[in-house]
Write a protein that binds this ligand. Structure first.
Ligand code: GDG
Length: 493
């Protein structure tokens, strides 16, 4: 870790890294799942700090001692922001997930540009800023995460609260022809300029952001090239960079060799009668390309009947945003497709698709990663996609094949080192790629997976945090490498 660690880190995100449930009148708290939690929990655990976010419930006095217990075990403090149903409808389901999420994933036709959503977004960003002002000190570094809180630094500054603030966007940033459709485009871009550092997943996202800024903010000046550029605006310097997020490689690789996980992976393989397993793991979300993937599987068995009864596709879909109508419609579409495809091909003792709609414990998920011969990671657009990296980390036998969408941020890093790239909209092309992989020479598979694992091992979650914080604290732009940020191997491997 860099020297920057002397400053306390305050992470602010929409959700605290926990999941709350109430059974028989009593709350229980468990560690949450999802991309952001998976990425940041190990970092704060290692260094200590503070996490501010929505607890996932309305204010309740019974929660305070539970959060304290959780903090003690987790090794960092939690400070909840409480939201009521109106906030959740307007700010979370509304502005964040019915406007920003589809728009930033290049799907403007799915947007619901309701003006009330915007007012709720501003109001909740104000509440997050107030909580941050209350719980942080001037010497802290405030690291704000994701599209729910793009306005937070702007509000803090208007409140007269001086803090060093960085922002990281976990989802893609769209090009100007898409972004300019947003009715509040100028306000959002200017609000982002109130951060000291704005981080994106890929160079493409960073370039899109700069292009939107140039279109919307007269008088800004951009200096530098490569991963990190500097922007001069209103007597301030703002840094903008690309920092591809990653995973705790050792934790996944270690879990994959745990005796119970190895046993469970073998059990899964036996239950599927040692047929080749192709795996898909996603939140149930229309950006993840699950229907297109199912159509590619149907195409595979149609075009190559010899592969029937030889392969099984396992799709794990984690429930997500079930209150939004688009998501329940997607679930129906997927379940209908699974039914159709299984109806078409199932034979005694074999079904082509095993579909699970639930959240699996991490050890069970890792057992699936370990058991799978191939992983089909085919989002229509994705900021990064951690499942692709987790699959590689857990593939300790180095014999698996990773199929990766050209439109996942992870493709920028992993295409060079062995992922098989596919266009998720090209159902026939994806089916052909899977068939080719069935006949891929064992040496080639091992060489590809070996390179993929080396890349994820090197560019892991600690490297990601380090490169973001280095950009946050370094004084000179020249300190940054201008091409890949593959600057050192972490000492803890
Ligand atoms: C956003 C961006 C970006 C999935 N199923 C289970 C489970 N998971 C965990 C995986 C993985 C995470 O959820 C999903 O992460 P992704 O990166 O694939 O996708 P998003 O949730 O959309 O995340 C994305 C990410 O933020 C980080 O910046 O990569 O582009 O959209 O970690 O392991 N975990 C458990 N059981 C499951 O069934 N325990």
């Amino acid at each position: 870790m860099s020297n920057s660690c002397a400053t306390r880190l305050v992470v602010v995100s929409n959700r605290l890294p926990i999941s709350l449930s109430r059974q028989e009148g009593r709350w229980t708290v468990t560690a949450g799942s999802g991309g952001l939690v998976t990425a940041l929990a190990p970092v704060l655990m290692n260094r200590g700090g503070l996490w501010i976010g929505w607890a996932g419930a309305a204010a309740d006095a019974e929660l305070a001692p539970l959060l304290e217990d959780f903090s003690r075990d987790a090794g960092y403090d939690l400070r909840p922001v409480f939201l009521d149903e109106k906030d959740i409808a307007g700010y979370y389901h509304g502005f964040s997930n019915e406007i920003v999420w589809p728009l930033f994933h290049d799907l403007p036709s799915r947007c619901n540009f309701q003006p009330d959503y915007w007012r709720s977004y501003l109001d909740v960003n104000l509440r997050f800023a107030e909580a941050t002002a209350r719980h942080s000190r001037p010497s802290d570094y405030i690291w704000v995460h994701d599209y729910h809180l793009m306005h937070m630094a702007f509000v803090l500054r208007n409140m007269g609260v001086e803090r060093q603030c960085g922002f990281f966007l976990h989802i893609p940033f769209p090009p100007p022809d898409i972004f300019l459709k947003l009715p509040w485009r100028g306000k959002i871009i200017r609000a982002l300029l109130e951060y000291d550092l704005v981080g994106f997943q890929t160079l493409r996202d960073r370039r899109n952001f700069v292009a939107c800024m140039e279109a919307l903010v007269p008088g800004i000046r951009v200096a530098g090239r490569g991963n990190i550029v500097s922007i001069a605006w209103k007597n301030r310097q703002i840094r903008v960079g690309s920092f591809p997020i990653s995973i705790d490689f050792n934790s996944f690789a270690g879990l994959a060799t745990d005796r119970e996980v190895v046993r469970r992976a073998e059990e899964i393989r036996e239950a599927l009668r040692h047929r080749r397993i192709i795996l898909g793991v996603d939140r149930m979300d229309y950006t993840k390309g699950i229907p297109e993937r199912l159509r590619a599987i149907r195409q595979l068995f149609l075009s190559h009947p010899e592969l029937q009864e030889k392969m099984t596709f396992v799709q794990i879909a984690v429930p997500s945003r079930e209150e939004i109508p688009e998501y329940s419609a997607l679930k129906n579409e997927i379940e209908q497709l699974v039914g159709e495809i299984n109806g078409q091909f199932t034979r005694p003792g074999w079904s082509p698709i095993h579909y699970q709609y639930r959240n699996l414990p991490r050890s069970e998920l890792t057992a699936y990663y370990r058991a799978a011969d191939m992983a089909l990671v085919t989002p229509l657009r994705d900021g990064m996609n951690l499942v692709a990296k987790e699959y590689c980390a857990a593939n300790v036998m180095e014999s698996g094949v990773l199929f990766l969408s050209e439109f996942a941020g992870a493709a920028t890093q992993l295409q060079k080192v062995g992922a098989v790239l596919v266009n998720p909209y090209d159902v026939e092309g994806t089916a052909k790629a899977i068939r080719r992989a069935c006949f891929m020479d064992g040496r080639e598979r091992r060489a590809r997976m070996g390179r993929l694992r080396d890349s994820v091992r090197r560019n892991n979650i600690y490297w990601w945090v380090d490169s973001f914080l280095q950009a946050a604290f370094s004084r000179h732009l020249d300190d940054f490498p201008q091409e890949t940020v593959d600057f050192r191997k972490p000492a803890y491997e």
